[in-house]
Write a protein that binds this ligand. Sequence first.
Ligand SMILES: Cc1cc2nc3c(=O)[nH]c(=O)nc-3n(C[C@H](O)[C@H](O)[C@H](O)COP(=O)(O)O)c2cc1C
Length: 304
Amino acid sequence: MVDLTVSLGRLNLRNPVLVASGTFGYAKEMESLIDFAQLGGIIPKTVTQSPRVGNPPPRTVETPSGLLNAIGLDNDGLEHFLAHHLPYLRTLPTAIIANIAGKSEEEFVAMAARVHQSRAGLAALELNLSCPNVSGGIDFAIDPELTRRIVRRCRDACPELPLIAKLTPNVTDIAVIARAAADGGADAVSAVNTFVGMAVDWRRQRPILGNITGGLSGPAIKPLVLRAVWRIAQLKAIPVIAVGGIGTLDDVMEFLVVGATAVQIGTANFYDPTASVRIVAALPAAIQSLGGNSVRAVIGTLRT
Ligand SMILES: Cc1cc2nc3c(=O)[nH]c(=O)nc-3n(C[C@H](O)[C@H](O)[C@H](O)COP(=O)(O)O)c2cc1C
């Protein structure tokens, strides 16, 4: 029997495989495809304080081994989420981790306080400090001091829920930002959101995305994310949830070995919606092949 449970600060998960925000809708869309009870948890699409229409189309384009997107946080706002999506989500037999993005520090804190009031059925709150596709630049996690402050204030505003800070890879040294999130009192960091990129149609001499730039995800970014997660894990300051280019059992094992405590499956949900549950089913044998009998026995076992 292999123990798949993991703990990230105050957050306890049945297994380390979550589905990433923005790639799993609000879960209802996926209910006919997979058994939610097999997942470590679900992170629904980011919600903002007010509804947002998002960016002009085209919003996605495939690139070699990757996906470039500029959705622009299209969503119906926090009150709609609490009234229409959360009642369904909280009935699901897995951990539900709400994900919010504020336009300002104050808005983050107000949203965290509002989520706290409605926290029944939520396992944790993920702060999207890192969406690269929104004009006005709400990429808070490029600044360690701002990251620390937002995390601290959201933790004070939402004391009963474990807090996860979702970081951007679009920085010189992500470990500095991860440490700031730890100092602010985050239970874990999610590393990473998408890498800013661009696609061009040279014949029309135009950008392909309506937003001109977008965020790169999918298998193309995995090596970059492995390195980012490894750097953060070496701090030994905060548990890391790896997200970026993960779609197979081998990917998950690689991230556990470099030091991730859990993983999120993102873009893979679009081309293989059952990947997450198949990975969970295959994890025990992979862990046993390393001589372990728990996920914890594998985490951070990279030999260098
Ligand atoms: C179409 C699309 C929409 C996304 N929307 C969100 C979002 O609303 N909030 C968020 O925190 N991350 C969002 N992400 C980022 C993913 O959660 C994830 O961090 C990123 O895609 C890297 O993981 P992957 O390579 O497994 O997709 C989005 C990604 C994609 C591809």
